[in-house]
Ligand binder design. Structure first.
Ligand code: GUN
Length: 295
């Protein structure tokens, strides 16, 4: 392997330590803890694991965690009423509605109902509009965490060719906007892109967010490129167990790339750390305080 592995787990630990320091300073100045509310509808096991982990890490960083678990058959009006209550609650600085929601609920309408100043997922039309316009606002966690890893590794990204594979609202589109704001030349590739391998081969930065196990191969990668693997795919492993792999064929690509995030331990741990960062940024905004040192 020639690529340097990018240790997202260690970076996330460092970020959480900085958040904990700033959360304590916030509490001392504001006279209350910063608060994050997470709403989970239904019993998807993977979502339950994420939500539990979010709650634990929120408390570990010295912030208040509010968990709302609703049954799978919750009605749209009742979910909207909960969002309205959380919007109005001064103890709640951030609201995250865990996605996907059960099929009978209108996800877009629920997300749009979140107060943009509490939109720690950066998914409301106001937040994504601000991102597109280059205005300050809350930014989706996984793309922002990926950008932090890229800047930590590469420094100034100006002029670099970036190819984002995937055009999702949660990752691909906001990732492209963030890279554009860093003066990259950005291409968004997707399932209909012609000769994807040739497009990816141009890239100094590759962000893979397609949800297809080990799709990105070594001969797609320009030697020395920095590869960020956002994928989390479960595939059959040894002894009937499942194994987690990314969207990148790690073993092959690591022979060619300059740096690469592993799965697990790359982008994954950054998502919750950035969520806590966004909640604290929202809290400072609500309290009219400035976070010393930035996050
Ligand atoms: N489900 C998977 N990832 C996410 C995320 O980043 N935010 C929300 N709200 N739901 C998710």
């Amino acid at each position: 392997m020639s690529a340097v592995p990018i240790d997202g787990k260690a970076f996330a630990e460092g970020l959480r330590a900085r958040i904990a320091t700033q959360a304590a300073a916030f509490e001392a100045q504001a006279g209350r803890k910063a608060g994050l509310a997470v709403v989970l509808v239904g019993e998807d096991p993977a979502s339950e694991v994420y939500v539990r982990s979010k709650g634990r890490q929120t408390i570990a960083c010295g912030m208040a965690s509010f968990e709302h678990k609703l049954p799978a058959e919750t009605r749209q009006a009742d979910l909207l009423a909960l969002v309205a209550r959380l919007n109005a609650d001064p103890a709640v600085d951030g609201i995250l509605v865990q996605l996907p929601l059960p099929g009978h609920l209108d996800e877009q309408a629920v997300v749009a109902a979140i107060d943009p100043s509490k939109d720690v997922d950066g998914l409301t039309p106001v937040s994504s509009g601000r991102l597109a316009l280059g205005q300050n606002g809350l930014v989706p966690c996984t793309p922002l965490g990926s950008l932090m890893l890229l800047k930590d590794r590469l420094g100034d990204l100006t002029g670099l060719e970036a190819v984002v594979i995937g055009r999702s609202i949660l990752v691909g589109k906001p990732m492209a906007q963030l890279l554009l704001a860093e003066n990259c030349t950005v291409t968004i590739a997707h399932s209909r892109t012609r000769d994807l391998a040739a497009v990816v081969r141009r890239a100094d930065i590759v962000v893979a967010a397609v949800g297809r196990a080990e799709m990105v191969k070594a001969d797609w990668i320009k030697p020395g490129a920095c590869v960020i693997d956002v994928g989390i795919n479960r595939v059959p492993g040894e002894g009937g167990k499942t194994r987690l792999v990314g969207d990148v064929d790690f073993a092959g690509v690591a022979e060619v790339a300059g740096a690469i995030t592993p799965v697990p331990g790359g982008v994954g741990p950054m998502t919750i750390a950035v969520l806590l960062r966004n909640a604290l940024v929202a809290a400072a905004d609500h309290a009219g305080l400035t976070l010393a040192g930035g996050l």
